[in-house]
Design a protein around this ligand. Structure first.
Ligand SMILES: [Zn+2]
Length: 125
């Protein structure tokens, strides 16, 4: 049991935030929660979780995570759809890493009830 705060930026301990999703104990209830958990998986280089939460249509055969990238923070800037009442959603975010940041609008869909990542567009700063 760890009490460290979650890497995704929410003021919750990891175990009560994204940790539940990465361990498979619970499913992310919204597109934003899934997006945050995928960021947390990038921080921990959990390629298995990233592939599991990738739409089968767009999922790569394998994922090589760069061990030199140090993620330093996530800021969710906006979201559309993505709730229990939707089957699609988008989340716009900025993910910072040492030396730069990634500004993206990601698309999510529900497959068999579970939110999965489809693809994303890079945005101008
Ligand atoms: Zn979290």
């Amino acid at each position: 049991m760890t009490t460290r705060s979650c890497p995704c930026g929410l003021p919750e301990p990891y175990d009560r935030c994204c940790g539940r999703y990465l361990s498979g104990a619970a499913a992310a209830p919204s597109a934003e929660a899934l997006m945050r958990s995928r960021y947390t998986a990038f921080v921990g280089r959990d390629a298995g979780y990233l592939l599991r939460t990738w739409h089968p249509r767009t999922r790569p055969a394998r994922l090589d995570l760069d061990p030199d990238v140090r993620w330093t923070g996530l800021e969710v800037l906006g979201a559309t759809g993505g709730s229990a009442f939707h089957t699609t959603g988008t989340v716009t975010f900025r993910a910072a890493f040492r030396g730069g940041s990634l500004h993206e609008r990601s698309r999510f869909e529900r497959v068999d009830g579970a939110w999965v990542y489809v693809d994303g567009d890079f945005l101008e700063d």
